[in-house]
Design a protein around this ligand. Structure first.
Ligand SMILES: Cc1cc2nc3c(=O)[nH]c(=O)nc-3n(C[C@H](O)[C@H](O)[C@H](O)COP(=O)(O)O)c2cc1C
Length: 195
């Protein structure tokens, strides 16, 4: 029913492509919607579907850049960890992208599952995003730095209480001739087979 050879090639071709390697061209919004549609087909225990996406495009990218750099500056200045290079990166990176998707975990009100299961489901959705982007020839990477773990940032992404901000998917058209996928250790180092 499926072309397994192509599927295996897709998995191996997936790689993180960073903003410095984007051309600046725009991706069609309908493709971004398809990427997110595929994200929602990730496995989800008890069908809680805990993912929450906020998509930034066009002028929205500037809003994200301004928000995340100023939020970081405020918090880092207060706790004495401010780093000018990090601040500049937070201001610049969204503007190098076609779209940025903030990815959150909305905690199920009944807390019918442990938090790690809900986060696991969201990271499965993120892998679907990576793979769909690869299939369309779109570059992407997940960033979990910047304001990701700041409580002060959550409200900007419609997250409250026990919801969690888990990272930012950066999307762009990749430049040509990027290096091949990063290598992995031999499977035998990671596997114990009991028969
Ligand atoms: C949970 C998670 C968090 C990540 N956070 C970051 C990040 O903050 N910054 C970054 O440059 N890459 C980040 N990445 C991407 C990894 O660095 C990347 O997957 C790794 O280098 C392997 O490269 P590949 O994706 O091209 O195979 C993250 C990946 C995962 C799965």
């Amino acid at each position: 029913m499926f072309d397994v050879i192509q599927f295996n090639q897709l998995i191996h071709a997936r790689r993180s492509v960073y903003t410095k390697d984007y051309t600046g061209e725009k991706i069609d919004d309908t493709i971004v919607r398809q990427i997110l549609e595929n994200a929602t087909w990730a496995p989800t225990h008890k069908l809680t579907e805990p993912w929450h996406f906020v998509v930034f495009a066009d002028e929205g990218l500037k809003k994200l850049a301004d928000f995340q750099s100023e939020c970081y500056k405020e918090v880092a200045t207060l706790n004495g960890t401010f780093d000018e290079t990090k601040y500049e990166g937070l201001k610049k990176k969204p503007l190098q992208c076609s779209h940025v998707i903030a990815v959150g975990m909305k905690r199920d009100k009944k807390k019918s599952l442990p938090e790690w299961e809900e986060m696991g489901a969201v990271f499965c959705a993120i892998e679907n995003i990576y793979l769909t982007a690869t299939a369309y020839g779109i570059g992407c990477y997940l960033g979990t730095g910047g304001v990701t773990s700041l409580e002060e940032a959550k409200a900007f992404f419609d997250l409250t209480g026990e919801d969690k901000l888990l990272g930012f998917i950066h999307l762009g058209i990749p430049k040509k001739n990027l290096p091949e996928s990063r290598k992995r250790k031999p499977l035998e180092e990671k596997i114990k087979w009991i028969s």
